[in-house]
Design a protein around this ligand. Sequence first.
Ligand SMILES: [Zn+2]
Length: 233
Amino acid sequence: MRLASFLLATLFSWFPFHHAAVTRPAPIIKQVLTTQKVVALTFDDGPTRTWTPKVLQVLQQNHVPATFFVIGTHAIQRPEILKAEVDAKMEIGSHGYQHIILRNQSADAVKQEIHQNEALFTSLGVPKPIIYRLPAGASDSTALRVLGDMGYKVIGWSIDTRDWRRKYSAQQMAEKVMKQVEPGAIIIFHDGPNSSQATIDAVKTIVPELKKQGWKFDTVSQMLKLEKFSSHR
Ligand SMILES: [Zn+2]
């Protein structure tokens, strides 16, 4: 019996598909496949003292959850704001420790960037993140393999408000969201240094408007659970 399982294990370790399964690049999830009227709001690059508390206030006033993709070097400077996000029952995802662009990086550099953020989260009492968002949306197969191996789901977006450009008014951003909204949509905003009052005002506009139209809000991870037949896995 023991010999049989040894032989089987040896055989499997030789098979190329076994190796391929371990290092399969993580897919980038841009939208959740569901028919339910549910969307996820996401905020990247925080926490900041200027914008994160304002975003939290709007979300809490409207009783809706959201997902924050947090940068380690920002969190370490203002851990109390990260804690406020956790206390407000928001989901915390990783946006890397230093916001390094994960293209043309070695596997070790990618691992370090991700691990360092995990270690910081742990030291601040925040659960280990299971979702990650790529800085600038950039990646290559090395990065996506490492992220897959480390057990991360890589989250993209389906509605890009481009708020960080500080070029669009709250109204323009709100109109874009209302026009592009679909079941399972993942909407990207920022609460980082490049945000502005337009971000806050756009969120203030779209949340009640979407609610009025019957849309519900979920964190990214909760929304992913609605997928019955997924092409992402
Ligand atoms: Zn970013």
